[in-house]
Design a protein around this ligand. Structure first.
Ligand code: PLP
Length: 385
């Protein structure tokens, strides 16, 4: 017996692979500083945990409607409206994590062989697009442009089969953000070429310079934007698995069918916690953002002081993505070396699409003390290269 042919091109998550190796070394007694995984080191705020406990105590333990509970869909729609993103509750699909929202979106919006434009360096959209039967096409973003996507570069990759443009700002892995003007030009292009725009804004609460701009809020974009967000990063809820999509009602109805065919619905009491997250106090989000901001400044300055690294200041998210051009070593080799010699786990740029090589991603969603210790270890190890 053999697996499906499409599995031959299906990538593995490089981040999770590095995490596995780092965990194995830890089991062998090594002291590892984890900067590979994009997971907040903060605990989920107490009032959110309490809401889940109370829901469990009330017996909220059964299936919910496939698209999510009416309370949470309403809370999400209201939350988006305050951000200038028009969304009615019926246009919201609640999912077990933002990743599943992206899966539902691509599976519902794309036909086999449709092309999806993915700006790279990029997070793991490729595997999701391939599962949906679509064809990823990459657009290069460069450090010289602060990893912003330029409309001319998108234009060059358009073909008759292009159906979707993926945007992810603030970006994983680069931390880049886009201005409203940048996005307006892309919005015009999407309208001219009848493209879906899948806008993954899961880091929208983590912006350090300027203000987050969403393409979904621009005129004419409501009908073609599939907006993605979730609770993992803003509310430190990675393990709860809660995310959502907002899209035109007709597409949302199709995405609900994908959810019905895959997971039925998100976890009931987790959705109650989601309502508490959105309707409750938001100062927890701001406190975490301020701490990431402090850490960003320390890690960027630290990396730039190490010979061979050059790091532009990421404006958002919680990753530093320095160029390692000065070291004359492949990113995978450097990450293996840093793990072995310095006990620091990071992700090679080669894991972020065809244009990630020449960089390494360090997550600074870890304590300041660990960041400072990691920088010292990296400097010592790199000096011995
Ligand atoms: C850009 C981006 N989108 C989506 C996700 C998925 O988030 P979730 O935990 O909600 O599935 C991640 C997680 O790392 C991410 O970095």
């Amino acid at each position: 017996m053999r697996p499906a042919r499409r599995m031959a091109t299906m990538p593995q998550s490089g981040t999770l692979r590095m995490l596995d190796v780092a965990k194995r070394l830890e089991r062998e007694g090594r002291d590892i500083i984890h900067m590979e995984v994009g997971e907040p080191d903060f605990d989920t705020p107490e009032h959110i945990k309490r809401a889940a406990e109370e829901a469990l105590a009330r017996g909220v333990t059964k299936y919910t409607p496939s698209a999510g509970t009416p309370e949470l869909r309403e809370a999400i729609a209201e939350h988006l409206t305050t951000k200038g993103i028009p969304a009615a509750p019926k246009e919201v699909l609640v999912t077990p994590g933002a990743k599943h929202a992206i899966f539902c979106a691509m599976a519902a919006a794309l036909d086999p062989s449709d092309e999806v434009l993915i700006p790279s360096p990029c997070w793991t959209y490729e595997g999701i697009a391939l599962t949906a039967g679509a064809k990823p096409t990459y657009i290069e973003m460069t450090q010289a442009d602060e990893f912003r996507l330029k409309v001319g570069d998108v234009q060059e990759k358009l073909t008759q089969r292009t159906r979707m443009l993926v945007l992810n700002y603030p970006n994983n892995p680069t931390g880049a953000t886009m201005t409203k003007d940048d996005l307006s030009a892309l919005a015009d292009l999407a309208a001219d070429h009848e493209l879906w725009v899948l806008s993954d804004e899961i880091y929208d609460c983590l912006v350090y310079d300027g203000k987050h701009a969403s393409i979904a809020s621009l005129p004419g974009m409501h009908e073609r934007t599939i907006y993605i967000n979730g609770f993992s990063k803003a509310y430190a809820m990675t393990g709860w698995r809660l995310g959502y999509a907002a899209a035109p009602a007709e597409l949302t109805a199709e995405m609900v069918k994908i959810q019905q065919a895959s997971t039925s619905c998100p976890t009931s009491f987790v959705q109650a916690a989601g309502v508490a997250a959105l309707r409750g106090p938001q100062d927890c989000v701001e406190r975490m953002r301020e701490e990431y901001h402090r850490r960003r400044d320390v890690i960027v300055e630290g990396l730039n002081s190490i010979d061979g690294f050059e790091c532009v200041k990421p404006k958002g998210a919680f990753y530093a993505f320095p160029s390692i051009g000065g070291l004359e070593i492949k990113s995978l080799e450097l990450c293996e070396y840093l793990l072995r010699e310095a006990g620091v786990a990071a992700v090679p740029g080669s894991e972020f699409g065809p244009y990630g090589e020449g960089h390494v991603r360090f997550s600074y969603a870890t304590s300041m003390e660990k960041i400072e210790r990691a920088l010292e270890r990296i400097e010592t190890a790199v000096a011995r290269l």
